[in-house]
Ligand binder design. Structure first.
Ligand SMILES: [Zn+2]
Ligand SMILES: [Zn+2]
Length: 581
């Protein structure tokens, strides 16, 4: 772990102070590791009794006492064996294991004044008095070294900032995020649910409203791909194990795949759609005139994710990608990548994310340690991706070593309404699969050449994308996405006839509409429509029926007064077609 920013230093220093406070309060608690993370820090402890919420307040108080004393953080070395003996004597066996895993003769320590010390490379703040604003947030279970077979630990999460104002803003954002949590809103809006116990963890069940939302997204995605000159293909969900050997997945990805036997032969459920698209490419002799070939599939894949990392729609075991593979010549890479980026920006705009550099950020990931292909191929692919970004004058950051095992990639990160980042589109260059599957095309000299493959998804996982949309919009979708776009509420039973007429007209105009003529009070029906975050509630009574009007209540904006039915239909149609958000 290397801490580059002052904020990381602050947060890591805060984790030391927290661990010290915990051991002051409960001397037999064992400490393990405590890094700074994206939005704060944590420390993993081994303690028999679980930490309770009241304990967090106690720890915070003890931390304040330490901070008031302003102890200095200072680094010092210790010979490896001496450090092992020291921790053994204190019965801190996790630390012993950590040091035993280090190759160095000497290990680095950091002490907090003369009060506490930890095995640590730092860097740290100068002294604990510089910690001005911090908060402990939650306790969660974790495994030693992330391994489910190892002892269960307790992880305390916290965060720290240089000013109280920044901390307050962050805590406010967390509160808002909790309200928007898709795991809560999903079932509440009857979009989806999980049946972990009865059906298996990480498998999504879309209820009618969620299935309608997904259909809307899928229809849109299909339409956009055809418009951008992709060809639709559909490939099987299970494929022979042999195919996964050729693709390299058996060697590099097996632990994430579901294998089983068919007629004594190994098969696997697809974790990716690439081999299927490759077989279709391979079915014919291809010429340079045919390239680029762009195959698109809404491909459902299954991946064996650890139970501990499953998280709502964001991390699941079965999901669908808007997956495409572009087969092209080497000199087409850059223009293809540019087109994909442009396509992605258009799509993101339709979903309500617009400003490059503000809502959208690009990351270029380079060669990881575990890779296939030659370093030269990686070089060519990486520079093609980079020049596409440069060509389009898009701001990007480089993620050293974070590429897929088969090639470098560009990731598109979206910022939601709360400023949180989400991974969506990804564009990956691949020299390796065309080689493994011996793909070819005849070039303009009549010679056979290898095409390059670009894997790309724009939404990424539809499940994850829906999770993000729910949180971005807090469940109040723009009209074009809303599963139910309008609810007609007849005031009394004798207004039902007019309500049906309104419904017919709206349906003819392509609006998803229902009538709520239940024998409930008007107030209750309006409240329920509001709780379900339906964009428009249309109340109809005597006056509306006589004048061919609807009394419009818009979600988030309240009563809009009576409008002519025709005018309302034009307006809602306009909102749908323009995908207004
Ligand atoms: Zn440390
Ligand atoms: Zn692929």
């Amino acid at each position: 772990m290397e801490y580059k920013t002052d904020l990381d230093k602050l947060r890591h220093s805060c984790s030391h102070v927290m661990a010290q406070a915990v051991q002051e309060l409960w001397p037999d608690v064992k400490v393990t590791i405590g890094p700074a993370i994206e939005n704060g820090f944590y420390y993993d402890f081994d303690r028999k009794e679980p930490f309770a919420d009241e304990d967090l307040a106690k720890i915070e108080k003890a931390m304040r006492r330490i901070i008031e004393r302003k102890p200095k953080f200072s680094q010092y070395p210790m010979p490896r064996q001496e450090a092992i003996d020291l921790f053994k004597k204190r019965n801190e066996l996790y630390k012993v294991e950590l040091i035993e895993g280090l190759p160095d003769k000497e290990v680095s320590f950091f002490k907090t004044g003369e009060e506490w010390f930890d095995l640590c490379k730092g860097p740290h703040l100068d002294n604990a008095g510089q910690i001005k604003a911090f908060k402990l947030l939650s306790v969660a279970g974790s495994y030693w070294r992330g391994d489910e077979r190892k002892p269960m630990l307790q992880r305390i999460y916290g965060t720290a900032f240089f000013s109280q104002k920044e901390l307050d803003d962050y805590l406010k954002m967390l509160k808002e995020a909790e309200k928007r949590d898709h795991r809560k809103l999903g079932p509440q809006l009857e979009l989806f649910d999980f049946y972990h116990e009865t059906a298996g963890a990480g498998l999504v069940f879309y209820h009618p409203a969620g299935a309608m939302l997904r259909k809307t997204i899928e229809d849109y995605v299909r339409e956009q791909h055809l418009k951008h000159e992709y060809q639709m293909v559909i490939t099987p969900h299970i494929l022979k194990g042999k195919l996964w050997e050729i693709s390299g997945h058996a060697e590099h990805y097996k632990q994430n795949m579901y294998y089983f036997d068919v007629d004594q032969e190994p098969f696997a459920v697809k974790p990716m759609n690439c081999p299927g698209h490759i077989l279709i490419y391979k079915s014919k002799l291809r010429s340079y005139n045919d390239l680029p070939i762009r195959y698109f599939e809404l491909g459902s894949v299954y991946r064996r994710e650890k139970a501990g990392v499953l998280h709502g729609l964001l991390r699941v075991r079965g999901f669908t990608q808007d997956d495409a593979h572009i087969f092209c010549s080497q000199d087409q890479i850059e223009s293809e990548v540019c087109q994909v980026i442009m396509f992605a920006l258009e799509v993101m705009k339709d979903f309500g994310f617009q400003v490059v550099g503000k809502d959208i950020r690009f990351e270029l990931s380079t060669r990881p340690d575990d890779y296939i292909g030659s370093p030269e191929q990686w070089e060519i692919a990486t520079s093609a991706l980079e020049s596409s970004l440069k060509h389009m004058k898009l701001p990007y950051e480089i993620n050293e070593g974070d590429g897929a095992f088969y090639g470098p990639k560009i990731d598109v990160k979206l910022k939601d309404a709360l400023g949180r980042e989400w991974q969506c589109a990804t564009i990956q260059c691949d020299f390796s699969l065309p080689q493994r599957f011996e793909l070819g095309y005849i070039n303009n000299q009549g010679k056979e050449e290898r095409p390059i493959m670009i894997h790309r998804a724009i939404l990424g996982s539809i499940e994850r994308f829906i999770g993000m949309l729910i949180e971005h919009y807090g469940g109040a979708f723009p009209v074009w996405l809303a599963p139910t776009q309008a609810v007609i509420i007849p005031i009394r039973a004798d207004h039902d006839e007019y309500a049906i007429r309104v419904k017919d007209d709206l349906q003819k105009a392509g609006v998803r509409v229902i009538i709520d003529s239940r024998n409930e009070s008007l107030g209750k029906r309006i409240r329920e429509g509001t709780v379900k975050k339906v964009p428009y509630l249309l109340v109809v009574g005597d006056k509306e029926a006589q004048e061919s009007k609807v009394a419009v209540r818009k979600y988030g904006a309240g009563d809009q007064g009576a409008q002519g039915l025709k005018i309302f239909i034009n307006q809602i149609q306009d909102e749908i077609v323009s995908r207004k958000s």
